[in-house]
Design a protein around this ligand. Structure first.
Ligand SMILES: [Zn+2]
Length: 144
């Protein structure tokens, strides 16, 4: 399946049975499917959301937003719970103001779920880890 390296933006191909085997990016050598929450820039966001077959949940947030900061540890927990079957990432809409506009983000935090090159669901407001995990599982095709 296609999986974008969220560090350098290269699109990699990874056999689905190797998703949990620490696959590395063919371009930069970085680990492309870990349980961490990746920090995105607009270029990596655009590539991953257009190409990836693995579910990708993106948190549109900003440092000045209290609920965003409250949700951050919940988001980190969910990344661990769903690895290696989904990736979680966030993008700072203060650093990249155009990205919110382009993705039609009206309030933050907003989480947008992508799979197979398109948006499949979105959810606004801070929620807890169990609810985030359930949001991903009930909307995306998650293998386990
Ligand atoms: Zn890379």
């Amino acid at each position: 399946m296609k999986l974008t390296c969220l560090d350098c933006g290269s699109v990699n191909r990874v056999p689905s049975d190797k998703l949990g085997a620490g696959p590395k990016c063919g371009t930069c050598g970085g680990k492309i499917n870990t349980a961490k929450v990746y920090e995105l820039d607009p270029a990596a966001l655009a590539k991953a959301t257009k190409n990836d077959n693995l579910p990708l949940l993106v948190d549109f947030w900003a440092p000045w937003c209290g609920p965003c900061r409250m949700m951050a540890p919940e988001f980190t927990k969910t990344a661990k719970a769903l690895a290696p079957h989904a990736r979680l990432a966030k993008i700072n809409t203060e650093d990249f103001p155009k990205v919110g506009q382009k993705n039609n983000i009206r309030g933050i935090p907003t989480m947008v779920l992508y799979q197979n090159g398109r948006e499949i669901a979105r959810q606004s407001g801070a929620i807890q880890a169990a609810a985030i995990e359930n949001f991903v599982r009930s909307n995306a095709k998650v293998d386990a």
